[in-house]
Design a protein around this ligand. Structure first.
Ligand code: PLP
Length: 410
């Protein structure tokens, strides 16, 4: 059989495999070292008790006649969608219809799958550095041309760096789709409402679709920073938003998320005419998915109870305190820093112009601390490094102190 040569032609999924290889080699050579992992963006705190209880009750209920549920409604159970609309949107002055929210098993699943709605030759733009899923999913669909000398022939990249304050300069050429992620992974930066308004206005003028990934919105501490792009006037006409319970409520292993596709959102069809993206996505999901399990959706709905909200807020505060600790300690090194305030990621410029990988090796060998080299997220990540706040308090304190000492030795 003939294979999808676009997948075969992808660069290897190298970043975390290479990190694991280097750490394994180091631990084998230094068996007494106590390595602290501050690299991968998985959470470490347990599920909120009220969430676990709702999960278990629903699972046990499935063994009874009255509590048994088979296939759920397309797009998610109304009991969950209602809570999402009320707490994540109405509370921010945004009104959404029940049929504009689609529950799924992950923001990764949805941000990767949404490209199925685009034409084969649609042009794609991403900010750089970037969460790699947006790029890889379009590359696998054959939309990005060839990968040569470290970049894709047909991908438009918008550099975000310390130099431009992590505010992307909009492309000169027209693009069909722009992926945005705020709070940003990996840089931990956010955009103000005014900055987002500029992008939304540009998207409206250019008929560009924005895919807005708000997986880290629970970390936003300033009430003036939008937690949803729909706080920005005009966004309903141009933006799809993907959100997740993964980082908000520790669901990385439970799996539940949602995507919003407003009814106003339209795209052009070949030969003229237009179609609603909401309709196309519902059609696509109906054919490709039977949704998320009933106990998982019950668990997700439990985060919106009074106790659930308090419990998940405590967990977010715990990670925010870790981020503050990292920032406070690193600030004393004089390095250039970003993020860590409205996001669980601290992004730093490596000392002495080291590459991210050289700094990775240096920290591993000098401090037994693992972070993520910026190069793994794109060209503009060169010479940068990401540390996460998803560790335990003890490990964060210890890692911050060790990194501080290691930098001072340079
Ligand atoms: N979006 C971003 C920006 C992420 O960093 C991640 C996970 O690290 C995801 C989405 C994945 O979310 P989910 O666990 O819901 O698939």
């Amino acid at each position: 059989m003939n294979l999808n040569h676009h997948i075969a032609g992808m660069p290897a999924g190298y970043l975390f495999a290479e990190i694991a290889r280097r750490v394994k080699e180091y631990e084998a050579a230094q068996p007494d070292s106590r390595v602290i992992r501050m690299g991968i963006g998985d959470v470490t705190r347990p599920l909120a008790p009220s969430v676990a209880r709702a999960f278990a009750d629903a699972a046990l209920g499935m063994a009874t006649v009255e509590g048994f549920y088979g296939y759920g409604p397309d797009g998610g159970y109304p009991f969950l969608i209602e809570q999402i609309i009320q707490h994540d949107y109405a509370s921010r002055g945004v009104s959404l219809g029940m049929d504009e929210v689609f529950v799924s098993d992950g923001a990764k699943t949805d941000t990767a799958a949404l490209q199925e709605l685009f034409s084969a030759d649609a042009t794609i733009a991403v900010t750089d550095p970037v969460y790699p899923v947006y790029v890889d999913s379009n590359a696998m669909a054959g939309r990005l041309g060839r990968f040569e000398n470290g970049s894709w022939g047909r991908l438009v990249t918008l550099p975000c760096s310390f130099e431009n304050g992590f505010v992307p300069e909009l492309p000169k050429e027209r693009v069909d789709v722009l992926y945005l992620c705020y709070p940003n992974n990996p840089t931990g930066t956010v955009l103000s409402k005014a900055q987002l308004q500029v992008i939304v206005d540009w998207a409206r003028a250019n008929e560009t679709l924005i895919i807005y990934d708000a997986a880290y919105k629970a970390f936003i501490t300033d009430p003036d920073i939008p937690t949803t792009i729909y706080e920005v006037p005009g966004a309903r006409e141009v933006a799809i938003e993907c959100c997740s319970f993964s980082k908000t409520a520790g669901f990385t292993g439970v799996r539940c998320a949602w995507t919003v596709i407003p009814k106003e959102l339209k795209g052009r069809l070949p030969g003229g005419g237009s179609a609603s993206l909401n309709t196309l996505w519902r059609r696509r999901c109906g054919s490709k998915s039977n949704g998320v399990s009933y106990p998982v959706q019950k668990a997700a709905a439990a985060i919106y109870t009074e106790t659930g909200r308090q419990e998940i807020a405590n967990t977010i505060s715990y990670y925010q305190e870790n981020a503050r600790l990292l920032l406070d300690t690193l600030q004393k090194t004089g390095l250039k820093l970003a993020g860590g305030v409205h996001a669980p990621y601290v992004w730093l410029k490596t000392p002495g112009g080291m590459s991210g990988w050289d700094f990775f090796d240096y920290l591993l060998k000098t401090a037994s601390v693992v972070g993520t080299p910026g190069e793994g997220f794109g060209t503009s990540g060169q010479g940068c490094f990401r540390l996460t706040a998803f560790s335990t308090r003890e490990n964060t304190q210890e890692a911050a102190a060790r990194v501080f000492d290691a930098i001072n030795k340079l």
